[in-house]
Design a protein around this ligand. Structure first.
Ligand SMILES: Cc1ncc(COP(=O)(O)O)c(C=O)c1O
Length: 410
């Protein structure tokens, strides 16, 4: 079949005239296919799914009950534009109570339809063609993708065991710094599980001031911090002078499909985000914003989520260590990021984490997510489905017996 006339019209940012013709299969699609294959070829073998990056629970009852009421209120029916004041006030209470950060709800907070959207929109506020965005890798790529959409380039800051999974800011070349406008961080870090300490954030503030950069700190997992109290970039002196922090209600409130979060921090940057956002969407459904207030005002929710994922991570670390993995309890997130095996006893050798991950899923129905950006690592997520602690323990026992049979080598 011949191409439609518009094949030659596609923008370069999505592949130009070659758009849709590529044969490359992306990582997550490969995992999905391997999962389907494992299920089809071994229906008797339970899939041990550590590949899912989404919460396994519904939003708490208090939130769903609030939603059920709000959905019937006629005043919630219209465009929400840049959001309702009550949501911002609830965020301000939350930020004060949980993170000791004082914010003016009117000027220093704005909702987003999920933090992914905010990460996608913020580059529009700063990036002109030729500008540089500094970003840690491995990581959540959205802000970098959009920086490129605006004609910018991305300079990668690798996170490795050698640098303690913190970017080496002093290694960024001068010519890159001269063009850099944005520094995108994510702590607690996904996928490495590293949390940031106050001194690191202080260094970031000084670096941003010295090189005139704006900092975007992605705090999607902030309430899932285990090795220290949750730490906001905005609680560090000068943080609010140089950037914004992006929060999500997806992870710690089990509200992943509800699409709600917020941008907070420097009022001029929040204003710029509001101006761009106003040209993208008309705000999240007001009923969702009001249900989210019930979540923000209930301190028990984030505590329970943190306890659950911390417990599950500890169990997983114990199992993997007994099977030869060299892993540590992560500082935060619901991910365990650990060096991939380089081979298995009497079995194949793996050149990449992706090869190891494919072997585990197709050969043993153990699903993980591989990362090869800065060393070969596997990400195990503890968002698997298990009805109670007994079911968790049974799943861990099965994981251990399968991994022991495989005998991974490192
Ligand atoms: C590091 C990180 N940031 C942001 C997001 C986006 O979260 P949401 O758009 O659900 O708020 C995710 C989701 O997986 C993430 O892992």
């Amino acid at each position: 079949m011949s191409d439609p006339y518009f094949q030659k019209l596609f923008a370069d940012r999505i592949g130009g005239t070659q758009y849709g013709k590529g044969t490359e299969i992306y990582k997550f699609e490969k995992i999905k296919r391997a999962k389907r294959k494992a299920l089809a070829e071994h229906p008797e073998r339970k899939l041990l799914d550590f590949g899912i990056g989404e919460n396994d629970e519904m939003a708490p009852q208090v939130v769903r009950r609030a939603m059920a009421e709000e959905i019937n209120r006629p005043e919630n029916r219209g465009y929400a534009d840049n959001g309702i004041a009550e949501f911002k006030e609830a965020v301000a209470r939350f930020m004060q109570r949980e993170l000791n950060v004082t914010l003016d709800p009117a000027t220093e907070i704005n909702h987003c339809i999920g933090s992914k959207n905010a990460l996608a929109m913020l580059p529009a506020t700063l990036i002109n063609p030729g500008d540089v965005t500094l970003m840690t890798v491995p990581g959540y790529p959205v802000a970098g993708t959009h920086s490129r959409f605006y004609g910018g380039t991305v300079y990668q800051l690798p996170l490795s065991a050698q640098n303690g999974f913190l970017p080496e800011l002093d290694k960024v070349p001068r010519d890159v710094l001269a063009k850099a406008k944005l520094l995108v961080l994510c702590y607690p870090n996904s996928p490495t599980g590293k949390t940031a300490m106050r001194e690191f954030f202080e260094r970031v503030v000084a670096f941003a001031k010295e090189h005139e950069l704006v900092v975007i700190q992605d705090a999607a997992h902030i309430m899932l911090s285990y090795d220290r109290e949750p730490l906001s970039f905005l609680s560090v002196p000068g943080g609010k002078d140089v950037g914004v922090e992006i929060h999500s209600m997806s992870k710690s409130f089990h509200m992943i499909g509800w699409r709600i979060g917020w941008v907070c921090g420097n009022p001029l940057l929040v204003q710029a985000y509001r101006d761009v956002k106003d040209n993208f969407d008309s705000g999240q459904f007001m009923a969702i914003q009001r249900a989210a207030i019930a979540a923000l005002d209930d301190p028990a929710i984030v505590r329970a989520t943190r306890e659950k994922y911390e417990r599950r991570l500890r169990k997983l670390v114990d199992v993997l260590r007994r099977c030869g993995f060299q892993c540590e309890m992560p500082g935060g997130t619901y991910f365990l990021y650990t060096p991939a095996p380089r081979a298995v006893a009497d079995g194949p050798v793996f050149d990449t984490a992706e090869a190891a991950s494919q072997y585990l899923i197709t050969g043993h129905s153990i699903c993980t997510v591989p990362w090869d950006d800065a060393g070969a690592f596997l990400r195990f997520s503890v968002t698997y489905e298990a009805a109670d602690e007994r079911a968790e323990d049974a799943l861990m026992a099965e994981t251990e017996s399968r991994l022991r049979l495989i005998e991974p080598l490192f």
